[in-house]
Design a protein around this ligand. Structure first.
Ligand SMILES: Cc1cc2nc3c(=O)[nH]c(=O)nc-3n(C[C@H](O)[C@H](O)[C@H](O)COP(=O)(O)OP(=O)(O)OC[C@H]3O[C@@H](n4cnc5c(N)ncnc54)[C@H](O)[C@@H]3O)c2cc1C
Length: 392
């Protein structure tokens, strides 16, 4: 069993680390001071940097203009990007996984320009009455005379402010058995911004609420097919959950590094605080938890890169998301404690990570929903899905 990283993977990791430290870190404080958001000229420079560093669309195939990286390589990159606070990792765009299931025309008009950074998507599933339970979605696409008329309300549309189109989860003919994804251009008549609420983190982009009033669409705007909404969203969830797992590992590593360095230099009662067992044990727990989470993340991403079964992928991605996000919460909490009052200052990365990483236990399926998925998989396939080792 060989767990060493190849030279190519180590180079990729170093590349992503250099990008995060040299390109993203310098903008963290300005983003924090603005409460989330950077001036347009800074965002334009970051956009160019993403292209120059060839980190655009790391999740998409080369033939579509992406970088064609394996799921394992994407995890290596996302881990590094996750060290940046203010969720600056989101300036590095990844067009939604589901777009690869589009028609040739949809790939030309949506996927490829999105890979190049000329267009940007935002995924809109959640509604006032539909969060963990997407069957409660009320957004409907009514069929009339060969066209679809989409109406509803979507909440928490991440990067909705910078997106120029949405991937909207709606029920065709108001039938929950026909969940369907629609490509909806933001400038179409009937699409309206409702509100842009503020959140705990200082996210570089917004999560606005949008209203859709009888937005006229034809069948070329259906992604996949009528009724395929869940299946396509499920694939997107796998990618998003692994991305969260990787970013949580990266964020936790940064917090632990800051705490470890501080504990070595901060002197109280005549000695560095690291020499107090109460502090040393916190550093030890952080290190071990990160080690365990990273081992799980790398293992599952490696299995997927080797072509693991799709159902097992979904089952294990939930375990990665659950464990890594909860681990990151515990690690960052301890890092704040080690830094004392300084850990509570917004100018300190551990304070920002403390707020940034909280949402990772909520979005793309809460921790409870991951447990529901995992419990269901144990009932259906047995404990071995989690406790066994790599499938043949
Ligand atoms: C900053 C941010 C960005 C987001 N971005 C997007 C986005 O881009 N696109 C998008 O579509 N959505 C987005 N979301 C929405 C996010 O995915 C939902 O908030 C999440 O799925 C939970 O839904 P909810 O908030 O309605 O909570 P609810 O579903 O109402 O859950 C409330 C509580 O009940 C628990 N609960 C619910 N059902 C069960 C159950 N069966 N068993 C046990 N406990 C249960 C939950 O775990 C939670 O603790 C975003 C959310 C946030 C905060």
């Amino acid at each position: 069993m060989d767990l060493t990283l190849s030279k190519a993977d180590r180079d990729l990791q170093a590349h992503a680390r250099a990008f995060t430290e040299q390109v993203l870190f310098p903008h963290e404080l300005a983003n924090e001071e603005s409460g989330g958001g950077l001036p347009p000229e800074t965002l334009a420079a970051l956009h160019r940097a993403v292209l120059d560093w060839r980190l655009n669309a790391i999740n998409q195939a080369r033939e579509d203009g992406g970088q064609g990286y394996s799921v394992f390589q994407q995890a290596l990159i996302n881990e590094e990007l996750g060290k940046a606070t203010g969720c600056l990792w989101d300036v590095v765009w990844n067009p939604a996984y589901s777009l690869r299931f589009g028609s040739a025309e949809q790939k030309r008009d949506y996927l490829r320009p999105s890979c190049r950074g000329e267009r940007r998507d935002a995924f809109a599933i959640t509604e006032p009455g539909a969060g963990s339970d997407p069957r409660m979605v009320r957004t409907k696409a009514m069929r009339r005379n060969g066209r679809y008329y989409l109406s509803g309300e979507k909440w928490f549309v991440t990067a909705g402010d910078v997106a120029d189109y949405f991937i909207v989860h709606a029920h065709v003919d108001d039938d929950p058995d026909k969940p369907t994804l629609f490509l909806v251009d933001k400038d179409l008549p009937g699409v309206a911004l409702k509100r842009t609420p503020k959140f705990m983190h200082s996210f570089v982009f917004e999560h606005p609420e949008y209203l859709f009033f009888e937005v006229e669409l034809d069948e070329t705007k259906i992604l996949g097919g009528v009724g395929q909404g869940y299946e396509l969203t499920k694939d997107w969830f796998v990618e998003a959950r692994l991305g969260i797992g990787a970013r949580c590992v990266g964020g936790a590593i940064r917090a632990a590094e800051v705490a470890t360095a501080y504990a070595a230099e901060r002197v109280q009662f005549g000695r560095p605080i690291r020499e107090f067992q109460g502090v040393e044990f916190m550093l030890a727990d952080m290190a071990v938890e990160i080690m365990a989470a990273k081992a799980l993340l790398y293992r599952v991403c490696w299995e997927i890169s080797r072509g693991a079964d799709r159902r097992r992928i979904h089952a294990r991605a939930s375990a990665v998301k659950l464990f890594c996000s909860e681990m990151a919460g515990r690690v960052v909490d301890r890092a704040v404690q080690v830094l004392g009052g300084r850990g509570y200052m917004r100018e300190n990365p551990v304070e920002r990570l403390y707020r940034d990483l909280r949402v990772d236990r909520i979005w793309e399926g809460t921790s409870e929903i991951q447990r529901v998925v995992i419990g269901g998989q144990i009932a259906k396939r047995g404990l071995g899905v989690y406790t066994g080792w790599v499938d043949p």
